[in-house]
Ligand binder design. Sequence first.
Ligand code: MF3
Ligand code: CO
Ligand code: CO
Length: 257
Amino acid sequence: MISLKNPKQIAKMRDAGKILREVEDEVRLAIRPGVSTLELDTLAEKLIRRNHAIPSSLNYEGYPGSICASINDEVVHGIPSEKRILQEGDLISVDCTLLLDGWQADSAFTAGVGQISEKAAKLIQVTEECFWFGVRQCVIGNRLGDVGAAIDAHARINGFSVIRDFTGHGIGKAMHEDPAVFNFGDPGRGLRLRRGMTLAVEPMIAMGDWHLTIDEDGWCARTVDHSWCAHYEHTIAITEDGLPEILTLPGFTWEAV
Ligand code: MF3
Ligand code: CO
Ligand code: CO
């Protein structure tokens, strides 16, 4: 069931998104060689709680962190650990979800640790561009297939592949709501987008093949071919004026694009 949000509810999600942006920007600043992923997790949890919010991932289906911290060939759900020390040249994807006053915000980014290779930098850039190509399709009357097809096409043109086992999702009072937002699809097919929909759009892109395996911890998903991955996610709302608002990017306006 898809729950449409009224402007008051979207305002609450905007508040949650603003805090999440501040948390993730702080975590981004802490990324450097020698830092453990547990340190990033501890920082995120502290900032979330200081803002009177709750880390949604912590204890979600037993997940033991406030962020997911996934390195190199790890796509998503990397469990923070003091043993995982960031090394120069690594790619780290940080995915964080928080709950403020009953409303969720979900966002992820990939950053380089110190100096990274040209190809790794390109992967980050293309993944972010995939998000923007997708979100530009998130206008009233378009369909979810338009969103997924735009994301997939941009990844392919650049020689990368879209992860197919995980998707974006509706979001609101729950972290995961209907519909699933696939990062591939057929233009003109799928659910029609309506005012009041709130979605997490989150391309996950691999340099090589998209097939995944799950680690023995039951969480961490990595590519079978060990190709490196990037992830970029924002929570968006399809608003009155018909344009998507990026709730986890406060102050963003389309005029600036
Ligand atoms: N933030 C993730 C998403 O984008 C979900 C987190 S899974 C958890 O959907 F287990 F870490 F909570
Ligand atoms: Co997320
Ligand atoms: Co999400």
